[in-house]
Write a protein that binds this ligand. Structure first.
Ligand code: NI
Length: 251
């Protein structure tokens, strides 16, 4: 399996990162996309990827980082990517859930990162919360852009629209929650060749660890739930999502 969205560099794992990586291997999680989202975490992702060959680091600027300094932050990102190998741009996107003070800056920052992804021929990792329409309206402007809607929580209808734009849909812990009607519809309905799995750890742990620290080895619970929903074998979902992740991230 491939966890396509992990923040294992977070301080939550400082004390037991070795055993976390070990548990991934024991559970057949062989590759992990290590997702940066700020100056500091972009560096942390690089550092951790140097220690363990299971990791593939990315770099990006999260919408919650958007403020009056967005342009300086973007230029910093560009410079960083010149000097470091990354497998994707992001995570980036729009988040109107917490704070909309810098809505316009969020949009500009997303557009800049879309342009950068196209320029460098890299996939983009999109974070979207309470901002479906604006996110769609921006992404549709960039022909040829490929990427993933990470921990997708929108509607099945919109999932199909993002797929038409060339995006993959990645499902995480919430698809295992009993009352998660929409993610289960998405898991059932989207074409298999557009489906990815992730943890977004340390956040959003799947059942039976809901509310606890999440870690990359738990991606297997996401895989098992999707297999159940689609009435397929776990090994088929493993194989297909792995193939998809390899195609998208070129790993
Ligand atoms: Ni994330």
């Amino acid at each position: 399996m491939i966890d396509t969205h992990s923040h294992l560099f977070s301080e939550e794992f400082e004390l037991d990162i070795d055993s976390c990586v070990e548990r991934c291997k024991e559970n057949n999680v062989n590759k992990i996309i290590l997702v940066g989202f700020s100056d500091i975490t972009n560096i942390k992702a690089q550092e951790l990827a140097k220690k363990y060959d299971i990791f593939y680091p990315t770099a990006g600027i999260h919408p919650e980082e958007a403020n009056n300094d967005y342009l300086a932050k973007f230029n910093g990102l560009k410079e960083f990517i010149k000097n470091n190998k990354v497998y994707a741009i992001g995570e980036c996107g729009l988040d109107y859930y917490w704070d909309i003070t810098y809505k316009e800056e969020q949009k500009k920052l997303l557009r800049l990162q879309c342009e950068l992804a196209l320029e460098l021929d890299l996939p983009i990792i999109i974070h979207m919360r309470d901002a479906t329409k604006d996110t769609y309206d921006i992404l549709k402007d960039y022909k040829g852009l490929r990427g993933v809607m990470h921990c997708y929580s929108g509607s099945y209808e919109m999932a199909k629209e993002f797929i038409k734009l060339g995006f993959y849909i990645s499902l995480g812990g919430p698809v295992t929650f009993k009352n998660a009607k929409e993610p289960k519809l998405v898991a059932k309905g989207i074409p298999l060749d557009r489906l990815l799995i992730e943890t977004d750890c340390p956040f959003l742990a799947p059942t039976p660890f809901r509310g606890k620290r999440n870690e990359s080895s738990y991606v297997k619970y996401v895989c098992e739930e999707i297999a159940k929903i689609r009435e397929m074998s776990v090994s088929d979902i493993e194989r297909i999502t792995e193939e998809n992740a390899k195609n998208l991230f070129k790993i």
